[in-house]
Design a protein around this ligand. Structure first.
Ligand code: ZN
Length: 60
């Protein structure tokens, strides 16, 4: 099963019929698309992915 980028597939008709699937893909997002502003939990789902969080917050 090939995973398509949310940036391309997430349109109204897709969301209407696949809302439950989509909800899983975007919960606890770890990546942000720099181009579209979408968030997802896998970088493969975004066209210009960037990590939302740095590796570890540094304690001070
Ligand atoms: Zn994108």
């Amino acid at each position: 099963m090939s995973q398509k980028e949310l940036c391309k597939i997430a349109k109204k008709d897709y969301l209407d019929s696949n809302l439950n699937d989509y909800r899983v893909l975007v919960q606890n997002p770890r990546y942000l698309c720099k181009k579209c502003g979408r968030a997802a939990n896998a970088k493969e789902l975004l066209c210009k992915s960037k990590k939302l969080y740095k590796k570890k917050p540094s304690k001070k």
